[in-house]
Design a protein around this ligand. Structure first.
Ligand SMILES: C[S@@+](CC[C@H](N)C(=O)[O-])C[C@H]1O[C@@H](n2cnc3c(N)ncnc32)[C@H](O)[C@@H]1O
Length: 578
């Protein structure tokens, strides 16, 4: 049933299966938590002492909470403390307890999310009078009730603030050593070298997300539901709400979730219980492209099932999703169906699971600016196709490619190669680098599919590859850097600065705040740690790929300050393998 070829291709590049991302979580330490309910809101100090005396540890209790959360090193300690509280009352109320086990990493994720929510002035759970659907909307699409024009204004304001911050930070580090004199004058002069920020709206405002991940759980009435988790698991919330009212989810993905829900409700196998860590149905992922291609990945944990049962279940899923009734009556044409087996603790689709391609070739295809791309289930690909075209057009425009010159385009953090391939015809050569071997396999296949013969790809860290990218004598090198949300390690920026051949960097960021330290490292004056002439931000634009959310893509054109010496003479690319 499965097609082994994608995995074999990846092994040819990588040698062996490896994590998708450098920052991909490994199995982390388990935290054992107990929630104690029926406590008063006040008397925090007394309550903590009372619980401590009963054997509770690491106690969190906020004034608004009618509960306390306690964390233990071991399950046995948690159980002992719960036993100590059996039939115990506090100020006339019988206390109840509930235990949870979760990985330290998912605890941290949830904690960070909570901090973000607090910034959005979300009401405390106790004071929350919103309907469940409204709560979900605020969680997934926090700007859903803000007119779109105002959303864009808000985003621009936030991004401009980051640019001011960059100017301020660089201004504060004005180093007057001989070497760096005059390198950052722009930061203390009035005005901005990058001028007014252009804001590009998304052509589609609703239903634009091509990739969606839905959890299998129970709604507030206890009905099996495929949708989004309605709050923080850390607060004991495990309820899931269907995505029917979620603005950025496309109709086709909503229909798939509804049909999967119907299937699971009729299934003999239980859904996965996040507290008990038991059950079969976990998560589904959809990739629904503009080409009409539909990938459905269904994640299960078949720990108590026999091999025969798993095989029969896969066969049944195949029949269900590829039936004529599904195509003709329900209008859902799945082009790739994958079942992922995942026994681990972390929730969500993971590249550490085992995938079985039940139908199709394991990919979906998408068209961007006249090129066609093949995407595997784990590959990164922008989720808003028409807005992505505007983003890449802007990027190409700002690269100022001169067809009369020999230009090399460095597509740094190239993923499946989209940026370089859409610009390949305008340059002499494209060099793409990405840390994920799967992405490089896709990038090579995409280049071939689009008859691009001047692109070379490397499955490496950018910082390990740049040292061999020096330029030929009459060559111009432009770098496009499109890193993950939190930017790149400082060593990548150092490598760019130390490559005198790179005069221009187009930096694309989906989280400007997190990427700010990268911007600062590109622009700061020369020093022992950051050698190589700094860059100056020349132009900025915001392209809204994520309507109804607070995210937005920021594009900055950084230009190298002019060279005073002939420092561009380290010239040789012959050592770059083809
Ligand atoms: C936001 S995605 C961009 C992908 C691609 N440019 C696109 O638009 O489809 C970021 C990419 O950076 C890659 N990445 C992260 N850290 C890296 C590093 N140190 N060196 C090379 N690639 C890295 C990730 O694997 C991911 O494919």
């Amino acid at each position: 049933m499965s097609d082994p070829s994608p995995a074999a291709e990846i092994e040819a590049v990588a040698g062996a299966k490896r994590p998708l991302n450098d920052d991909q979580p490994q199995e982390s330490k388990l935290l054992h938590q107990v929630r104690v309910d029926n406590l008063p809101m006040s008397d925090i100090k007394e309550i903590k002492q009372f619980l401590k005396d009963k054997g509770f540890q690491s106690i969190s209790k906020a004034p608004k909470w009618r509960y306390a959360m306690c964390t233990f090193e071991s399950e046995a300690e948690a159980q002992q403390a719960m036993d100590n509280l059996k039939d115990v009352q506090y100020k006339g109320k019988l206390l109840t307890t509930k235990s949870f086990t979760q990985s330290e990493e998912s605890y941290r994720d949830r904690f960070n999310k909570k901090k973000k929510n607090n910034k959005k002035n979300e009401p405390a759970p106790e004071d929350d009078t919103r309907t469940p659907a409204e709560r979900l909307a605020f969680q997934v699409t926090p700007l859903f009730n803000v007119p779109y024009e105002d959303q864009l204004k808000q985003k621009k304001k936030i991004l401009m603030k980051t640019m001011y911050e960059l100017k301020k930070k660089i201004g504060e580090m004005k180093d007057q050593s001989e070497r760096s004199k005059g390198q950052v004058d722009w930061s203390t002069e009035p005005g901005f070298p990058f001028g007014e920020m252009e804001v590009v709206a998304s052509p589609e405002v609703d239903g634009y997300r091509t990739k969606c991940e839905f959890t299998v759980g129970k709604d507030l009435d206890g009905q099996i539901t495929v949708g989004f988790l309605l709050g923080l698991f850390r607060h004991g919330i495990v309820n899931v709400l269907d995505p029917s009212e979620t603005k950025n989810v496309p109709e086709i993905a909503k229909k798939i979730a509804a049909n999967m829900q119907e299937y699971i409700r009729a299934s003999e196998y239980p859904i996965y219980d996040r507290e008990e860590k038991k059950g079969v149905w976990r998560t589904i992922m959809t990739k629904t492209q503009r080409t009409g291609d539909v990938l459905l990945l269904i994640q299960i944990k078949p720990e108590d099932m026999t091999e025969e049962q798993v095989a029969a279940l896969k066969q049944d899923l195949l029949t269900y999703w590829t039936s004529d009734a599904m195509k003709n009556d329900k209008g859902i044409v799945v082009t790739t169906l994958i079942v992922q087996v995942w026994d681990g603790l972390s929730n969500g689709i993971t590249d550490r699971g085992t995938d079985d391609i039940l139908y199709g070739d394991g990919y979906v295809y998408e068209e961007l600016l006249g090129s066609r791309f093949r995407l595997s289930s784990s590959a990164f690909f922008q989720v808003n196709t028409p807005a992505c075209e505007l983003l890449y057009s802007k990027c190409a425009d700002w690269c100022n490619l001169d067809k009369t010159k020999r230009t090399t385009l460095l597509d740094l953090c190239c993923g499946t190669g989209t940026i370089g391939i859409t610009m390949a015809k305008d340059v002499e050569r494209v060099i793409g680098v990405d840390i994920v071997p799967e992405a490089i396999v896709d990038a090579r296949a995409n280049a071939e599919r689009n008859n691009v013969t001047n692109a070379t790809y490397f499955a490496n860290k950018v910082e390990d590859r740049l040292d061999v990218l020096t330029r030929k004598e009459d060559e111009e090198i432009v770098a496009v850097l499109d890193p993950p949300r939190n930017g790149v390690h400082a060593s990548v920026i150092r490598a760019i600065r130390e490559s005198p051949a790179i005069d221009k960097v187009i930096y694309i960021s989906c989280d400007a705040k997190q990427a700010l330290s990268n911007f600062v490292s590109l622009c700061r004056p020369e020093s022992n740690r950051f050698s190589g002439k700094p860059f100056v931000p020349k132009r900025t634009a915001a392209v809204d790929l994520f309507p109804h959310t607070q995210h937005c893509e920021l594009v900055i054109e950084f230009e190298r300050i002019p060279s005073t010496t002939n420092d561009t003479a380290i010239i040789d690319t012959t050592d770059v393998p083809a």
